[in-house]
Design a protein around this ligand. Structure first.
Ligand SMILES: Nc1ncnc2c1ncn2[C@@H]1O[C@H](COP(=O)(O)OP(=O)(O)OP(=O)(O)O)[C@@H](O)[C@H]1O
Ligand SMILES: [Mg+2]
Length: 398
């Protein structure tokens, strides 16, 4: 038997894969961004977009490590629908300032910026909130006054970003703010973020915002600020091609001193279509199912039901659970219409199929978008954000 303890594969949201395959171009591009921004050169930042489970969170984490290795201050946020940005942003920048403080020679300057951060953070409290109900940001300095605390998020962001970037400039580096699930940032906050980035890039301040989100994120950003296309370089994160998918499996197996046959790799690619989450899930199950080294196509076949059960719970099910009955009906109609293929469908086709008025279905559709289960691929068309979701729905017993 293959030792299950040594199984290297890591299916799971945000789980670092044993081999980060097929992302060399993105890593190299970010290297250039870091280098240019630290030198005050104009440079567009990256926004990673892609379907569920393609590895956006993992890649964002990797970019963060790259920044930290170069002595940058870095902080990460996961945006949530219906939550304001101010609080998580304060925490992320607090993290970034602490990274920078280690290398900074003037503790008083660091404290001054922390004071501005605290003033910014305290503004997250609603007006007139009672003292004991007030959120305390956990920053151990007195709050500054008159900077980043106007309550207007756009003004405050520009002031805060400028001060934090200044601190990074002192040590010859920069600040990276990483925002995951960026499509969930509220419209006011998105527009303020774009405006602040725009302003900072014009003054050559070393701060970059790196975003990750679902495929419709670029459309959201352009709708918010027309110049966002000049601020961000959109990088589509997708399936791994055959070579990279093989590498994602081969390299970790080899590192454990084990082997896998070429035909087993064929079978794995058939099952995963190169989607990173599926690559991890099927490879993990195949390792556990293999009675001996090397892993064979028969092992992959044996393991498939186990992998699919895991996916049905951890990948598909956890998302399906979030949908109401009306929303599930909508999803099901999309699956029927596409016959389980990962393709967009017309919203009017869904209405016709369900025998309902399009307007009566808008709430279900809007909520599904809000929950991140579907996205508007183009005007009047809608698609699953979760690869193979249609196939999963068709295979479910009702
Ligand atoms: N380049 C890669 N090579 C191999 N496996 C990867 C790669 N990137 C991600 N994975 C694996 O894919 C899975 C999903 O990764 P991750 O959670 O980053 O996806 P995501 O795009 O953020 O998904 P979601 O939209 O659901 O948040 C994880 O199990 C991870 O280990
Ligand atoms: Mg993610």
């Amino acid at each position: 038997m293959m030792d299950p303890v040594r199984n290297p594969f890591a299916p799971g949201a945000g789980q670092r894969p044993p081999e980060l395959a097929g992302r060399d171009r993105e890593l190299a591009a970010f290297d250039v961004v870091l280098e240019r921004v630290a030198r005050g050169r104009p440079e567009r930042s990256l926004v990673l977009t892609g379907l569920r489970g393609v590895g956006k969170t993992v890649l964002l984490g990797e970019l963060r490590s790259m920044a930290v290795k170069r002595g940058w201050g870095a902080g990460k946020i996961e945006a949530r629908p219906d939550a304001e940005l101010r609080r998580p942003l304060s925490a992320a920048l607090h993290r970034a300032i602490r990274d920078l403080a280690v290398r900074h020679r003037d503790p008083e300057r660091v404290e001054a910026v922390l004071g501005v951060l605290k003033a910014f953070a305290l503004r997250a409290n609603p007006h007139g909130a009672k003292l004991r109900e007030r959120w305390q940001p956990g920053i151990d300095v007195p709050a500054a006054q008159g900077r980043a605390d106007s309550g207007d998020i756009e003004i405050d962001l520009v002031e805060l970003f400028t001060d934090v970037a200044e601190l990074a400039k002192d040590v010859g580096t920069g600040v990276a703010l990483l925002i995951d699930e960026m499509q969930d940032v509220q419209p006011d906050d998105i527009s303020a973020l774009c405006a602040a980035c725009h302003e900072l890039s014009q003054s050559g301040a070393p701060l970059v915002v790196v975003g990750a989100g679902l495929p419709h994120l670029p459309a959201l950003l352009s709708a918010s600020k027309s110049y966002s296309e000049r601020l961000f370089r959109y990088v589509l994160i997708g399936q791994l091609d055959r070579e990279d998918a093989d590498r994602a499996v081969l390299a970790p197996v080899a590192r454990e001193g084990a082997e896998i046959s070429a035909h087993a790799l064929d079978a794995l690619f058939d099952a995963s279509s190169g989607y990173p989450y599926f690559v991890q899930a099927y490879a993990k199950a195949a390792w556990d199912a293999a009675p001996a080294d090397p892993i064979t196509p028969e092992d992959v076949a044996m393991a498939a039901p186990e992998a699919e059960t895991e996916l049905a719970v951890g990948f598909f099910g956890s998302r399906y659970e979030r949908a109401t009955p009306a929303e599930r009906e909508y999803l099901r109609a999309m699956a029927d219409l596409t016959e389980g293929r990962d393709e967009p469908v017309g919203t009017t086709d869904v209405a016709v199929y369900l025998g309902k008025k399009p307007s009566s279905l808008s709430p279900a559709r809007d909520n599904l978008i809000k929950k991140g289960l579907v996205y508007s691929a183009e005007r009047g068309r809608i698609a699953f954000t979760v690869p193979h979701f249609g196939r999963f729905l068709l295979g479910r017993e009702e």
